[in-house]
Design a protein around this ligand. Structure first.
Ligand code: GLY
Length: 318
């Protein structure tokens, strides 16, 4: 039954609303790797991820490598080294990973470690926990051989010092934001990673959506995956990435699912949110989609060996 027919039947009272749930019988995409990531810095991240797939790595290996490339880019002011600090001048990093088995790992409020995404993966693979934060996360990272590194570059320090004079409120939209990357490998398995230094000049201790499974990232290998960028507080309130995946499970296509998740945000903000959220989604059959609230949003898609940047208008952009 198609989703629309199903909804018609359900609304006619034939099926109780609590059973409005279908799992699409999706053809599984195989032997056709797909890599989907946020923003223009997703382009080189996709290449790095593809390189790992070409060497025989799986979706998780590839997603981690793509995220690591962005984390190591000193020119990126919203991810990893070079990320703008919090209001007290500390660069604090949030990251998570989720693999095709439904395992996940996450790190929040991590300082002085170049690759939070790899710490998140180690938490997933080598501990009984999902999430470590702050000093505990750093202690774990150091115990696993990660080295301490100064992440506040002289450029971001200067910008922070200038900001301290004005103390103007920044939005994640101004600082480009998170890299979220979703990979489907040749076996058709899907994994993802999400990593950020978060909202520039945030309160000390603030954690956004990016390390929260279901908010910044969610993978369900039966259905697909989704990931977020933008104002983390608002993604958390709607458990955005989980919602997008569940909508795909109900039969929404990836773009429709992203739009439907954003409609809930728009409604909560009386039709006029003044911030950005962007979602990217990949379905098990290899179909991808994206939507954003406002302005424009870029995502990078590598498919059939072509890596391209797509720019979409926000749903509220006239
Ligand atoms: N989406 C990134 C953040 O809000 O921290």
């Amino acid at each position: 039954m198609k989703r629309r027919d199903f909804i018609k039947v359900a609304s006619a009272g034939v099926i109780a609303p609590s059973t409005v749930f279908i799992e699409p019988s999706l053809k599984h995409n195989k032997n056709n790797p797909i890599i989907l990531s946020t923003w223009s810095f997703g382009l080189p991240a996709n290449e790095a991820a593809k390189n790992i797939l070409d060497k025989g790595g799986n979706a998780m290996d590839a997603a981690e490598e793509g995220a690591r490339l962005t984390e190591a880019d000193v020119t990126n002011s919203s991810v990893g080294i070079g990320g703008l600090p919090d209001e007290d001048g500390f660069v604090t990093l949030d990251s998570c990973v989720m693999d095709h088995t439904g395992n996940c790992g996450s790190v929040a409020f991590l300082q002085d470690i170049l690759h939070p995404v790899s710490v998140a993966r180690k938490i997933m693979e080598e501990t009984k926990h999902v999430m470590l934060v702050g000093k505990g996360a750093k202690k774990f990272a150091l115990s696993k051989g990660f080295k301490e590194k100064e992440l506040l570059t002289s450029k971001s320090k200067k910008e922070w010092q200038q900001w301290q004079k004005e103390r103007r409120e920044m939005t994640p939209h101004e600082t480009h934001d998170t890299i979220s990357i979703i990979v489907q490998d040749k076996n058709g398995d899907i994994a993802g990673a999400c990593t950020t230094s978060g909202w520039a000049y945030k309160m000390h201790g603030r954690v956004g959506d990016s390390p929260l499974i279901g908010a910044g990232l969610f993978v369900d290998n039966e259905v697909g995956a989704a990931a977020a960028t933008g104002l983390g507080e608002e993604v958390i309130k709607t458990n955005g990435s989980f919602l997008v995946v569940e909508l795909m499970r109900q039969g929404y296509d990836p773009k429709e699912a992203c739009e439907e998740a954003l409609k809930r945000v728009i409604k909560k903000h009386n039709g006029n949110p003044d911030f950005q959220i962007g979602y990217v989604a990949m379905r098990k059959d290899g179909k991808v989609g994206s939507a954003a609230l406002k302005w424009t949003f870029d995502y990078a898609l590598l498919k059939k060996n072509k890596n391209k940047l797509f720019t979409i208008n926000g749903m509220l952009t006239k």
